[in-house]
Design a protein around this ligand. Structure first.
Ligand code: ZN
Ligand code: ZN
Length: 177
């Protein structure tokens, strides 16, 4: 059928190009129905062609940079979301305990109930030191839960915390007197 090897090669290459999608689909089905065999081939090939493997991976990364970055961003985002959920849960659990189930700023007369504005206050100070020792406020919440909610903590909003630091007592309390 072919005059020489070169023609045969050209023909098969043309044939491949013309039937690319069809052949790819067939290969895919074969791979899926012969998983173990395919994995065996693949492993062997990868082992004996490490340079090719590297080159292909590099090519794939270059050609799919946007896709890879998008995936990476998505995963990072998902991870961040999970972390945030975990932190929020710990925080709410601790707030809930020190507020007896009704989360609010415990400064008298302060109307703040939004947990986003609330922080945990060490009644006798030492908050900064504990944060230094444990590493983060999340670690403090975790520590409190693990130690069965020790005494000496209260929930305050950022304003009242600031008021206490600035004036010794929160201006809310001064107004009452
Ligand atoms: Zn407050
Ligand atoms: Zn206050």
């Amino acid at each position: 059928m072919f005059k020489n090897k070169v023609d045969e090669k050209a023909y098969s290459h043309n044939y491949y190009l013309e039937h690319k999608e069809e052949l790819k689909a067939k290969q895919k089905i074969w791979r899926e129905t012969h998983k173990e065999q395919w994995n065996g081939y693949n492993k062997k090939w990868r082992k004996s062609n490490p340079d090719d493997v590297r080159e292909r991976a590099k090519k794939y990364r270059t050609e799919n940079r946007d896709k890879i970055n998008k995936k990476r961003r998505e995963n990072h985002f998902k991870y961040k979301e999970k972390q945030k959920e975990y932190r929020d849960n710990l925080k709410l659990k601790v707030f809930n305990h020190y507020c007896n189930g009704d989360i609010h700023c415990q400064c008298p007369n302060c109307p703040e109930t939004n947990p986003k504005f609330l922080t945990l206050d060490h009644i006798n100070g030492g908050g900064n030191q504990q944060r230094r020792e444990l590493g983060s406020s999340t670690a403090i919440y975790k520590w409190i839960i693990d130690n069965n909610y020790p005494e000496g903590y209260q929930v305050l909003c950022a304003n009242c915390n600031f008021g206490r630091q600035m004036y010794g007592v929160c201006p809310h309390e001064k107004e009452i007197k």
